[in-house]
Design a binder for this molecule. Structure first.
Ligand code: SF4
Ligand code: SF4
Length: 251
């Protein structure tokens, strides 16, 4: 099946950003004085997961082991460029002012950056006129039609695996050890660009040891009570205060 697309340069995808970056891209983004957040989510992990399932194998490859209380978990960390309103690199005519150095995630949009998640036009910000049967082929049978874009997508995904140890060291240096339960939301750490750069440098210099004991933040009382019953360290928070939620706050 083919999906046909041509960018209209509407600039919608360059507003209200949360762009997933590699460690190196985060370093460059923060060096320009722009905000980069660290986001965390975790999965309880029994060790009996079926690694023959590619989605489970991907989850394991993009996470590191930890415990929450006595419960084994896997923690995923994401570095994301964040900006309310237009991207600091967006020019008034909606062209990218950082075109040559833009992150890989900008180069592959509107393709789906994460594997095992289908991309549909409805999930993208592109206007209806960007999709049409007379336009170039963007994706064929779920894969990028263009070999160069496919290679960029591969590199983006490989960085999500290769950067796991560096992000774990960074979190330890920032003393950030709270995650959301996967599917419920994301715990957020929002250091200033200067703090992030210093922590990245220090974590590499000292080869900081990743934190093995993590706790959970949630905005749902049901989740808090369930984890407290298991003697897991857990904190009830409101959306927006160190937490991005998938659900409305539940008290
Ligand atoms: S770096 Fe360029 S392409 Fe990426 S969000 Fe900013 S303006 Fe858009
Ligand atoms: S939202 Fe889609 S059509 Fe608009 S600039 Fe971004 S990629 Fe192009």
């Amino acid at each position: 099946m083919e999906l046909r697309f041509d960018c209209t340069q509407c600039g919608r995808c360059c507003h209200d950003l949360r762009l997933t970056l590699s460690v190196e891209e985060a370093r460059i983004w923060a060096s320009s004085g722009h905000q980069v957040d660290l986001l965390a989510e975790g999965w309880a992990w029994t060790g009996a997961e079926d690694l023959a399932d590619p989605a489970i194998a991907w989850r394991k490859a993009t996470t590191f082991p930890a415990t929450v209380g006595e419960v084994p978990f896997r923690i995923n960390l994401r570095l994301v460029a964040r900006h309310e309103g237009p991207c600091p690199h967006l020019l008034p005519d909606m062209r990218c002012g950082n075109y040559e150095a833009r992150p890989r995630i900008c180069r592959i949009y509107p393709l789906q950056s994460r594997p095992f998640e289908a991309m549909t036009p409805e999930k993208r910000r592109c206007p209806p006129e960007a999709w049409g049967q007379d336009l170039p082929v963007l994706q064929r049978d779920g894969l990028p039609a263009d070999a160069q874009t496919a290679a960029i997508l591969d590199r983006h995904r490989q960085a999500m695996i290769d950067d796991v140890p560096a992000k774990a060291r960074l979190a330890a240096t920032l003393d950030f050890a709270e995650a959301a339960l996967a599917g419920e939301g994301l715990a957020t750490c929002e250091p200033s660009p200067t703090t992030l750069l210093a922590a990245l440098a220090l974590s590499e210099q000292t080869q900081a040891t990743p934190r093995s004991n993590w706790s959970i933040v949630t905005n749902r009382e049901t989740t808090r009570a369930m984890l407290a019953d298991l003697d897991c360290p857990v904190r009830l928070v409101a959306t927006g205060y160190g937490f991005l939620s998938a659900f409305a706050d539940e008290r």
